[in-house]
Design a protein around this ligand. Structure first.
Ligand code: HEM
Length: 420
C-alpha cells in the first residue's frame, strides 16, 4: 500500500506539465522547518518526489532512506557525470547551480576506474594525517580565534569561529605555511568563492584560488613535506599537477562548508536544548552526543546534487528516464518514518546518511577528521568561555537561505570577558 497521489510517472520537459504539483525546491520552508516539509512531501509523493530546481528545471528528490541507499550503491544505474543530464538544453549560462552541477575534471565527477584512482589517492593522503596532531593544531587555531574576541564578552560565532576554523585546519593539513600572506589570501579567497557576501566577486576569487593552489602544487613537487598535497603528488597513481589541483580544491571545499555547519548546528543545539544545559562546559559525552544528534536531525548537507540516471529505470514506484537528475535527500532519508516508525528519531548509532553512501560517499577517513575538527572546536570554546550563552532568543536564530546546506546565518553569544 502507498499513499502517493496518482500521477503520470515520468519526468518531462521544463515546467514539468506532467507534474503540475512538482514542488519548487526553494523557498522559506527549507530554511525554517525542513523536517515538516520533507514529511509532507513524502506523504504527498512517496519516497521519490518530482521537484523543480531554480528556473523550473525538473529533477527528482529522493526522500526515502531505502531509496537513497539504493541510488548511492548502484553506480551502474545512477552515476556522477552530470554531462549525461537530459536538461542541459534548458540551462542558462548564469544558472545559479552551475558551480555544483557543471562537470569538472575532478574526483567529484569521475566514474568507475578513474574515480577509484582519484579517490584512492585522496583516501591515502588523508589517512596520513595524524589525528592527535590535527587535534593539537585545531586547539591552537581555536585558541587564536578565541583570543581575537575573548576580551570583548561577545562574539558572532558563525563567521568568527565555525567557518574560520575548518578552513584554516584544511589549508594547514594541505601544507600551506601558517600566517603567511599567501595563506591568508587563500583563506579569504576560499571564503569568498564558497560563501560570497554582498560586494564579493566569487568568480575572481575562485580564479585566484586555482592560481594559489597551482603555486602550492609546484612548490610541493620541488620540496615535498609531511602534508596532504605532497602525499597526493608522490602517490604511485601518478596524478598530473592539473588533476592534483582539481582534487585539492575539492577536498578543501568539501571539508570547509559541511564541517563549519556541523560546528554551528551543534553549538546551537548545546546552547538551546536543556538536555545539554547541565554539563555543557567540558561535558565531553554531551558534546559527542550533540554532534551525533545533529547528523541525524540537522545534517549540514541536507540535500546533495546529485546523480544522473544511466538508463531508463524505476525507483520508488517512479519511471526514471536516462539522463534524469536525482537529488539525494539526505536530511529526509535520515528522518524517514520507515526507519523511525515511532515518530521519534533517535541518535544512538551512526547509520545516518549524512556522509552519503557508496562509491562517492565522503571518503574514509574524512568523516573522522571532520569529527576531530568539530569536536576540538567545540570543546576548546566551551573550556575557554564556560559561561557562554546565546545573545538572542533561540527562535530569533535564522537559517541560511539554502536548500543544500543547513547552517545558521549568525550565532551571537555573550560571555564573561577573559584576558586573551
Ligand atoms: C575534513 C573534512 C571533510 C573532507 C576532507 C571531506 C572530503 C570529501 C570529498 C573529497 C568528497 C568527494 C567524494 C567523491 O566524490 O568521491 C566528499 C563528499 C561528501 N562529503 Fe565530505 N568531507 C569532509 C567533511 C564532511 C562533513 C562534515 C560532511 C557532512 C556531515 C560531509 C558530507 C559529504 C557528502 C554528503 C558528500 C557527497 C557524497 C556523494 O556524492 O554521495 N563531508 N567529502
Amino acid at each position: 500500500m502507498t499513499d502517493i497521489d496518482p500521477a503520470p510517472d515520468t519526468l518531462t520537459a521544463p515546467g514539468c506539465p506532467a507534474y503540475p504539483d512538482a514542488v519548487p525546491l526553494a523557498g522559506l520552508e527549507y530554511q525554517q522547518t525542513p523536517s515538516e516539509l520533507y514529511r509532507s512531501l513524502r506523504r504527498r509523493h512517496g519516497p521519490v518526489a518530482p521537484v523543480l530546481l531554480d528556473g523550473d528545471i525538473p529533477a527528482w528528490l529522493v526522500l526515502g532512506y531505502t531509496e537513497v541507499t539504493y541510488v548511492t550503491s548502484h553506480d551502474d544505474l545512477f552515476a556522477r557525470d552530470s554531462r549525461r543530464w537530459n536538461q542541459w538544453h534548458a540551462i542558462p549560462a548564469d544558472w545559479p547551480l552551475l558551480p555544483y552541477v557543471g562537470h569538472q575534471p575532478s574526483v567529484l565527477f569521475a566514474e568507475g576506474e578513474e574515480h577509484r584512482r582519484r579517490a584512492g589517492v585522496i583516501t591515502q593522503a588523508l589517512a596520513g594525517i595524524d589525528q592527535f596532531e590535527l587535534a593539537r593544531d585545531c586547539r591552537q587555531l581555536a585558541g587564536r580565534l578565541i583570543a581575537g574576541f575573548a576580551g570583548s564578552g561577545r562574539a558572532e560565532l558563525m563567521s568568527g569561529y565555525a567557518h574560520a576554523l575548518p578552513m584554516r585546519a584544511a589549508v594547514r593539513f594541505c601544507g600551506m605555511p601558517d600566517g603567511s600572506p599567501e595563506t591568508q589570501g587563500l583563506v579569504e579567497d576560499l571564503r569568498i568563492s564558497l560563501d560570497a557576501a554582498e560586494g564579493d566577486d566569487p568568480v575572481a576569487a575562485y580564479t585566484r584560488v586555482g592560481e594559489r593552489i597551482h603555486r602550492l602544487v609546484r612548490e610541493k613537487r620541488e620540496r615535498p613535506g609531511p602534508d596532504v598535497t605532497s602525499r597526493m603528488l608522490t602517490h604511485p597513481a601518478g596524478l598530473s599537477d592539473e588533476e592534483t589541483v582539481q582534487d585539492l580544491i575539492s577536498v578543501i571545499a568539501a571539508a570547509q562548508q559541511p564541517t563549519a555547519n556541523w560546528i554551528g548546528n551543534t553549538l546551537r543545539l548545546l546552547l538551546t536544548d536543556e538536555r545539554f544545559a547541565v554539563n555543557v562546559s567540558g561535558g565531553r559525552l554531551s558534546v559527542g552526543e550533540a554532534l551525533n544528534e545533529v547528523l541525524w536531525l540537522d545534517t549540514p548537507t541536507q540535500n546533495f546534487i546529485g546523480r544522473w540516471a544511466v538508463h531508463d529505470t524505476q525507483l520508488g514506484g517512479r519511471q526514471i528516464r536516462a539522463g534524469d537528475c536525482l537529488v539525494l535527500g539526505l536530511a529526509a532519508a535520515n528522518t524517514d518514518p520507515q526507519i523511525w516508525p515511532e515518530a521519534h528519531v533517535g541518535a544512538e548509532n551512526s547509520a545516518h546518511l549524512s556522509f552519503s553512501n557508496g562509491e562517492h560517499r565522503c571518503p574514509y577517513p574524512a568523516p573522522l577528521l571532520a569529527d576531530v575538527i568539530a569536536r576540538t572546536a567545540i570543546e576548546t570554546l566551551l573550556e575557554r568561555l564556560p559561561d557562554l550563552v546565546l545573545e538572542v532568543e533561540p527562535g530569533e536564530l535564522t537559517w541560511r537561505p539554502s536548500i543544500w546546506m543547513r547552517g545558521l546565518n549568525d550565532l551571537p553569544v555573550l560571555f564573561t570577558p577573559v584576558a586573551p
